[in-house]
Design a protein around this ligand. Sequence first.
Ligand code: DX5
Ligand code: ZN
Length: 227
Amino acid sequence: MSSLFRRLIDARGVAVAPSVLAADFARLEQEIRAVEAAGADCLHLDVMDGNFVPNITFGPLVVEAIARLTKLPLITHLMILNPGKYVEPFVEAGSGAVSFHWEAMPSGHEDVIEKIRRLGCDAGIAVNPDTPLAAVEHLLPAIDLLLVMTVFPGFGGQSFIPGALGKAAEAARARGARGLRFVIEVDGGIKPENARLVREAGAEIVVAGTAIFRSPDYAAAVAAIRA
Ligand code: DX5
Ligand code: ZN
């Protein structure tokens, strides 16, 4: 398995992924250059369709524009229904990983994972705070990335749900026991104050939107989340 993000984590131990959702979109280029200079390891791009979640953000056009602005690997987090229909344009836009929600489709997750990987991209499955790990246990050998949500998807700036973090630790144990290699990403409500807890639970990619883009000092925020 040649996973881009596994190599990144093996090299760096932990990756901080600013969530672009919290950036000032009127100054997107400067915002991306600023988090890059601040030490971000990759970028997290939140795609919402107004159906799977009650909010709409952006599509492949913006992902492609961001890919032209930065060399940082891009994790596209699809919060959309019928993800299989749309993975190809998001891979082609320059995503390094495409993650979709287990809750977004009744069946056929394996096919979407395979499609993403066949297109040459890391494949991730995302789970809501109230979805047990058991729901995705059979998919763990096939994925490159497990995205554990610590808020219900739909909006940036929500409060961290500590009870969802046990799933990251549980996933880390299952990975060890089964000899798997997927990377664990945790997303939602992460701030310098709870980042240590998140890391200790096994998060290797730590996502933060408002904690970075709404802070006066991006480099200090990235460093505080990493430490
Ligand atoms: C929530 C998104 C998150 C969010 C993170 O639906 O998937 O990535 O933007 O933002 P903060 O860090 O502000 O919770
Ligand atoms: Zn996200």
